[in-house]
Design a protein around this ligand. Structure first.
Ligand SMILES: [Zn+2]
Length: 274
């Protein structure tokens, strides 16, 4: 069985992620993917966030932000797109604009190609999947059914599932031999920082445990795009025991996980199985 691959993804361009998570990631050399919203509003709004009493601070693409993000790319992190507005009415009315304009804007700001896209609300695939393909992305993330993948054949590159991380995580449960697991974070800190926050302390604990697993040789941490490229190239992926059906959100929550490699699939923390 091969190593596990884990991709750490962060949504919404929340400032707390850059202030609190990035220094911890850099301490261990973990390269992560940040899906940013391509508008210059300094506060995250999506039609829902406005209803809570905090204004969630986000990247507003100031010259200083652009410098910070470019330096992150130089260190191996990935910047991806998470639409222009992150609002349902605009996504419904102008899906092609949301997919392609965000790519163009972020590419202009970052000076590199942006190959990864992320659907807002974990569930706007219907509206945005074809536009994302047409816009020229190579892969897109959705969520959060907790699926993980045991072969390239099981991956829909424009509907890659993820696991929303909470404070009470069994980190070793993320690591499935020979499988790719995509993890998603939003707020790092408190309620005033972003959606479904986990504390900086909890995040630091999780990354320290992930580092122990990395040192043991059990897992490799790759950005979303680098993992996708690796798996498409199919070099590091041990052959699937069988080409079982592609995993799909349409089949509902995938409790079993990687077919054939983890018949129990029971190492997932029970507390998350709502
Ligand atoms: Zn989002």
């Amino acid at each position: 069985m091969g190593k596990a691959l884990v991709s750490l993804t962060f949504d919404d361009g929340l400032r707390c992620q850059f202030e609190r998570a990035v220094p911890i990631l850099d301490r261990y050399g973990f390269k992560a993917t940040f899906f940013l919203v391509a508008n210059t509003d300094p506060v995250f709004s999506d039609g829902v966030a406005e209803n809570q009493k905090y204004g969630w601070r986000k990247i507003d693409w100031s010259a200083e932000d652009i410098r910070l993000l470019r330096h992150m790319i130089e260190r191996g992190h990935e910047i991806g797109s998470h639409t222009v507005s992150h609002k349902r009415p605009s996504i419904n009315a102008k899906p092609m604009f949301e997919a392609s304009e965000s790519k163009k804007l972020i590419e202009t700001w970052m000076g590199v190609e942006i190959p990864s896209f992320c659907y807002p609300f974990y569930e706007t695939i219907q509206e945005l999947k074809q536009p994302a393909i047409q816009a020229g992305y190579q892969q897109a993330r959705t969520g959060h059914e907790d699926a993980y993948y045991d072969s390239p054949n099981s991956v829909d590159w424009f509907a890659v599932d993820c696991r929303q991380i909470t404070t009470e995580e069994n980190v070793s449960g993320w690591v499935k031999p020979g499988c790719w697991h995509v993890l998603t974070f939003h707020g790092i800190g408190n309620e005033q920082d972003g959606w479904e926050p986990i504390s900086e302390h909890a995040f630091a604990r999780q990354m320290a445990e992930l580092e122990e697993l990395r040192k043991s040789g059990a897992v490799e941490v790759l950005t979303f795009k680098d993992a996708a490229n690796r798996l498409r190239d199919n070099h590091a992926w041990s052959p699937s025991p069988s080409n079982k059906r592609a995993r799909s959100k349409l089949h509902g929550r995938t409790r079993q996980g990687a077919q054939g490699l983890d018949p129990g699939g029971d190492s997932r923390p029970k507390s998350n199985q709502q």
